[in-house]
Design a protein around this ligand. Structure first.
Ligand code: NAP
Length: 508
């Protein structure tokens, strides 16, 4: 079994441990695997990871579409404590990333803690204990509950009239149907987000004809990729510090760019806009097509697309960009508002995800019988992205307002778990039984969040999945430095820290 060389191991401070919590982690994606490793590092021995699917990997397991890759540099898209010298290119393919998570799971013995095909349907809190009900009715107890349920994993099926009548092959990008051979066929794809752009770049040369249905044009930032030679990979295998240096370098580079684009840095906004425009204008020569592809909002307002090959694909002879509104789906194609029927054999829905569900549809009942459904009835919120008043001893990874549109999720999750384990340690030292964020501190925090949103690029006039159904921006409006600083140490005054036996609050 491997341990994180940077952070010590299970022997760390074990003398201070007075009791062992039963820890349950929901989800075995990148944040669930990380949580298991980090919770074990502080000395926890009773850890169960519940995964509803039959494999690890989360989004990298579910998404298998052609062209799937990561637009975050691969050597930054690893845990800081475990590199991957085998990545084939700077922006690795989805399959390689999934294999990395599988390897970490087995090398760090996380696989021994996972129970697959175990979906949590309900979690009820009472007197310091969470009772979890699984899909088959089995009950499980937890003192500490970690929800590592990801963000983009509930596919969004569009509400388009007649969709159910389509007689060809139809699927959502996150549920790719590999049994269908699309080569030579008439293929349609609805949507032009990051997913669609990667697919279009990959499949256009194989299909007979591709119709791309665009509702809103998107800025595409050029992706400067690079293949790693066998020699380079061998060097990285022999000397892990090379990968570590790359990780640090990409992290600083990323931080110098994308989060600053969000928070309104004028120079960054100018540079990103300039490169997006240059990308469009240098690659799309047909002036009519170019204007159809040109967004009418600022780059970064919607999630910036970072990709290669899309403009080349959409300008090829067998591709068409359809900008007329979709009126309905008919058995043999898509009817648009100009009356045209775009006949299709295959229709792909690249229409994104329900990004604000978090652990729902799992039902949660907290203190005094209050439900999460009720607590979040006007939108999901949390204290510092991690905890919710009324739901003690429950922690979220990538919870509401995490900086997911600004940075690499792995970095975010590593900071979040380092905060969470400090609170779990209080429980383990016997100092507190119940850890709950204070409602007034959470309210204050969320008011600050929402007022800071006004200065962000997301508010400059576009629609995106960053807004929830109530029109609230569910993102992180500040710098990454502020996020990292906030995650460094829990402010214990923000929490009710209760001793249940004595019925008093403790100052930890
Ligand atoms: P998305 O960004 O939400 O894009 C959905 C697309 O579908 C949009 O173009 C949207 O148009 C269109 N659409 C939705 N409903 C429609 C309807 N009824 N009629 C017509 N068009 C409709 O989804 P995504 O591309 O799957 O990407 C989601 C997120 O996943 C990304 O933003 C990114 O964070 C992540 N992702 C990351 C990578 C990576 O490399 N790291 C790769 C893929 C995805 P409108 O714009 O008009 O709403």
């Amino acid at each position: 079994m491997k341990v994180d060389a940077n952070k010590g191991n299970a022997e760390r401070e074990t003398t201070l441990i007075k009791r062992q919590p039963r820890v349950v982690i929901v989800g075995a994606g990148m944040s669930g695997i990380l949580s298991a490793i980090k919770v074990r590092e502080i000395g926890c021995t009773d850890i169960t990871v519940l995964e509803k699917a039959d494999k690890v990997g989360g989004t990298w397991r579910d998404n298998t579409y052609p062209g799937l890759s990561c637009d975050v540099p691969a050597h930054m898209y690893t845990y800081t404590f475990e590199g991957n010298p085998d990545y084939s290119k700077r922006f690795a393919k989805g399959k390689e990333i999934c294999e990395y998570f599988e390897r970490v799971t087995s090398e760090y013995d996380v696989d021994k803690m996972i129970r697959f095909n175990s979906e949590v349907k309900e979690a009820v809190y009472e007197q310091g204990c969470w009772s979890l009900k699984l899909q088959d009715g089995e009950m499980l107890k937890a003192d500490i509950l970690l929800c590592a349920t990801g963000v983009l994993h509930h596919p969004r099926w569009p509400k388009i009239e007649g969709l159910e009548n389509f007689e060809g092959n139809l699927w959502h990008t996150a549920r790719w149907d590999h049994s269908v051979d699309y080569s030579g066929k008439r293929v349609g794809i609805i949507g032009t987000g990051s997913t669609s752009v990667q697919i279009v770049a990959e499949i256009t040369r194989k299909v007979g004809k591709l119709s791309v249905f665009q509702r809103t044009a998107q800025w595409v930032y050029p992706l400067f990729d690079k293949l790693y030679s066998d020699k380079e990979k061998e060097k990285m295998r022999k000397d892990p510090t090379i990968g570590e240096k790359l990780h640090r370098r990409y992290t600083s580079f990323f931080n110098a760019f994308f989060p600053k684009l969000v928070t309104g840095n004028k120079l960054t906004q100018f540079l990103v806009s300039y490169l997006c425009k240059w990308n469009l204008e240098s690659k799309v020569k047909d002036p009519v097509l170019r204007e159809k592809l040109r967004p009418n909002y600022q780059a970064g307002c919607k999630r910036l697309i970072i990709a290669n090959g899309f403009y080349e694909a959409i300008t090829s002879e067998n591709a068409e960009l359809v900008t007329e509104e979709i009126e309905r789906i008919e058995p043999n194609g898509v009817r648009t508002s100009d009356g045209n029927l775009h006949e299709l054999d295959v229709l792909i829905l690249a229409t994104g995800f329900h990004a604000h569900n978090f652990m729902r549809p799992m039902e949660m009942v907290g203190l005094g019988g209050q439900t999460l459904k009720n607590a979040w009835s006007k939108g999901a919120y949390a204290h510092k992205t991690l905890t919710v008043p009324g739901f003690p001893n429950m922690f979220m990874l990538t919870g509401p307002n995490s900086p997911i549109g600004n940075f690499s999720l792995i970095n975010i999750n590593e900071y979040q778990i380092s905060y969470i384990v400090q609170l779990i340690e209080l429980w383990m030292k016997g100092q507190v039984d119940e850890i709950e964020p204070k409602a007034d501190k959470t309210k204050e925090y969320n008011e600050d969040l929402q007022s800071a949103m006004l200065g962000t690029v997301w508010m400059t006039g576009c629609k995106s999945w960053y807004f929830d159904e109530f029109g609230r921006l569910a993102m992180w409006p500040w710098s990454m430095e502020k996020f990292w600083a906030e995650m460094a140490r829990p402010q214990t005054e923000d929490f009710h820290l209760r001793n249940l036996e004595k019925g008093v609050e403790k100052v930890a």
